[in-house]
Ligand binder design. Structure first.
Ligand SMILES: Nc1ncnc2c1ncn2[C@@H]1O[C@H](COP(=O)(O)OP(=O)(O)OP(=O)(O)O)[C@@H](O)[C@H]1O
Ligand SMILES: [Mg+2]
Length: 342
């Protein structure tokens, strides 16, 4: 087991960072379970491929919902599997330092569940020392925002994940104001499913909806219209069917989740100390998380707030990168005293 491990246990994706090696694993947070025996039969990428295609004897489970552990046993199994895969058989005789990211709004009980799952998924639980960091703080570090205690400059991070959007204004290494909303990439997928059913009488699965969103979806008019053939079951004939969809059709169905994200950002911008407001207008808002890659979301946010918006490099990996930097950098770890420990 490696000595220092960072875990971004996300609703959609789990990323594992190992000190001196970087991000060594990035897999869907999914487990396929045999419903007769209750035993897991596939984890991560292999399990995700089964979603919507399983026989009655198998079900696919997403043990993390809206950023918190919803199914403890399955989450623990998944973490153990991912850690074994990421760390190999290397043995560490000392203690294992672990940092895990959690949403800012999770309860004490939910925090304990994450700490407990991390500890027990290690080969030597007694030697594991897990700590928690708030996800937007980790993402801000990974996105290279100015965060040192000496740097008294306000910056804003908006992390759009699969299940949650976390918004935080950070200055001198601490979150000054923050808010979050349980809206993320999955809600846009759900809108694609509803839209295809209501407007095109086509029933489609989760995976197809996500592909449509990634390949053709947008929340703001784009220079170039994109087209995608969407396959599913025709509700009228009951037979397999397909429909060609273009990007601009999805702007309207995407409006509701996009507005909820924007309202959350506005609620944080509203009432900031004037100097911090000035810093944010000057430096812009930084977006992170896989959901920030949805076409037009940064433009929509800029139009609605009148503040420049940029998407961080490697947006999906900012949280894991940020956790990783905390593992290596003592000064960053000291900034994270607010982070909770086991
Ligand atoms: N190119 C893309 N365009 C649009 N959406 C994308 C793209 N790439 C990834 N996504 C979406 O990003 C989401 C996953 O993002 P991320 O990995 O940051 O979430 P997470 O950390 O697992 O979730 P959370 O932080 O809410 O617990 C998914 O909904 C996925 O569909
Ligand atoms: Mg996340």
């Amino acid at each position: 087991m490696a000595k220092d491990i960072g875990i971004d246990l996300g609703t959609s994706t789990t990323n594992i960072f190992i000190k001196d090696r970087g991000i060594v694993l990035s897999e869907p947070s999914v487990v396929a379970v045999n419903t007769n025996t209750g035993k897991p039969i596939a984890v991560g990428t292999a399990a995700e491929r089964m979603i919507g295609r399983t026989p009655p004897s198998i079900s696919t489970v997403r043990p993390v919902r809206k950023g918190a552990i919803a199914d403890f046993e399955t989450a623990e199994f998944m973490l153990r599997y991912f850690l074994a895969k990421a760390c190999g058989l290397s043995i560490n005789f000392g203690s294992t330092r672990m940092i895990l990211s959690v949403p800012t709004k999770i309860s004490e009980v939910e925090q304990l569940a994450v700490l407990e799952a991390a500890k027990s998924s290690c080969r030597k639980p007694a030697k594991a020392v897990p700590r928690l960091i708030e996800e937007p703080l980790a993402s801000a570090i990974g996105a290279d925002l100015p965060l040192t205690a000496e740097n008294a400059e306000g910056s804003m991070i908006v992390d759009v994940g699969g299940g949650t959007t976390e918004v935080a204004v950070i200055s001198m290494g601490s979150i000054i104001v923050g808010d979050s909303v349980t809206v993320g990439g999955e809600d846009f997928d759900a809108q694609v499913v509803n839209y295809m059913r209501n407007e095109h009488n086509l029933l489609i699965g989760e995976e197809t909806a996500e592909t449509v969103k990634i390949k053709a979806g947008c929340v703001f008019p784009q220079m170039q219209e994109k087209y995608i053939d969407v396959y599913g079951r025709d509700m009228i004939t009951g037979l397999p069917g397909n429909v060609r969809v273009q990007s601009s059709e999805l702007i309207e169905p995407f409006r509701d989740p996009a507005i909820q994200i924007v309202e959350c950002v506005k609620s944080v911008l509203d009432g900031l100390p004037p100097e911090i407001s000035a810093d944010i207008v000057r430096n812009g808002i930084t977006m992170a998380g896989g959901g920030s890659l949805l076409a037009g979301l940064p433009e929509f946010l800029r139009t609605e707030t009148n503040v420049p918006v940029k998407v961080a490099d490697g947006a999906q990996y900012c949280t894991a990168e940020g956790i990783g930097r905390c593992l290596s950098d003592l000064s960053l770890r000291q900034l994270l005293n607010a982070g909770r420990s086991a």
